[in-house]
Design a protein around this ligand. Structure first.
Ligand SMILES: Nc1ncnc2c1ncn2[C@@H]1O[C@H](COP(=O)(O)OP(=O)(O)O)[C@@H](O)[C@H]1O
Ligand SMILES: [Mg+2]
Length: 275
């Protein structure tokens, strides 16, 4: 049993060792754009979920992605993270990394982190340990459990907890956290991997207003050093954080611009308000 587990982790180590230096060395961010999706299409059993999509995200941007249910938002994230391979099109990271050549694990290692809607923290483990287990330079959980953290690693865990508003909760089991706090912990867990691009699916669903405000502040504080794409349905929240908003409809970009431009866009009004 233990042997099988260890072997699994070792396999993961091998991916780390072989990829971690090469991708970050290769990644050319001199260009303003961090992510390119060009002419991307994917069909599921003949249903065109993504249809000739063109989507570009600049370095350091905080982009909101909105659109009705079924518009293709999740599928888009699945394509960026390698979970779904498109039928046609290009998906490029930096100027020169073809994400279509990489698998999910390699894309994560290349610095693209994803937060799903439902928190997936280890409830029985402390906030500290949850963050620790997510650390980028940890070779494996096996390794973590057997070795001591360096003081710079401890600092990094504490700084991250502070950033996501959980410094006072470090020793508490994660199961004690509120729904909002669990969401922040998970954002913290993503940050432990020092991602360049964060994809965040509906961060404020189920949150109180106060938690929503704090989440907005957190995402705004992360932008710049990180590039963030947020999928969100709560328009009040989107309005509070958005610079640029992309509206997805039937698998393609319907409109893009500031919140004001989006609200006054004829195509958006036609689709959403039936005008
Ligand atoms: N694996 C799949 N198999 C079949 N249909 C899918 C699959 N994934 C998504 N779809 C369909 O593609 C469309 C877009 O879905 P999705 O990307 O989840 O939209 P959104 O996240 O914007 O609500 C939906 O009609 C959905 O039913
Ligand atoms: Mg979705």
């Amino acid at each position: 049993m233990m042997q099988t587990q260890t072997r699994g982790y070792l396999r993961r180590d091998r991916v780390f060792d072989f990829l971690a230096p090469s991708i970050s060395d290769q990644l050319d961010r001199s260009h303003g754009t961090l992510l390119y999706m060009e002419n991307v299409s994917v069909a599921f059993d003949g249903f065109q979920a993504i249809n000739d999509l063109n989507f570009y995200v600049d370095n350091g941007e905080l982009r909101c992605l909105i659109g009705a249910n079924g518009a293709g938002k999740t599928t888009m994230m699945d394509i960026i993270t390698g979970k779904t391979k498109p039928d046609t099109g290009r998906v490029v990271y930096g100027k020169n990394v073809d994400l279509l050549d990489l698998n999910e694990a390699q894309i994560a290692i290349a610095g693209i982190g994803r937060k799903f809607q439902k928190p997936t923290v280890f409830e029985n483990l402390s906030v500290f340990t949850n963050l620790e287990l997510s650390m980028a330079d940890n070779k494996s959980i096996w390794w973590t459990l057997r070795s001591k953290l360096s003081s710079s690693q401890c600092d990094w865990i504490e700084q991250t907890a502070d950033l996501v508003g959980l410094k006072e909760m470090l020793t508490k089991p994660s199961g004690y956290l509120s729904h909002g706090q669990k969401q922040w912990l998970e954002i913290g867990m993503l940050l432990m991997q020092k991602p360049l691009l964060l994809l965040i699916d509906e961060p404020v669903a189920g949150m109180t207003h106060q938690e929503m405000d704090k989440t907005g502040e957190l995402l705004l504080s992360l932008a710049g050093d990180h590039t963030i794409v947020v999928v969100e349905h709560d328009m009040e929240f989107v309005r509070s954080i958005a610079n640029r908003v992309t509206v997805l409809n039937q698998g393609t970009v319907l409109a893009e611009g500031t919140m004001e431009e989006i609200q006054n866009n004829d195509d958006v009004r036609r689709v959403y308000l039936g005008e």
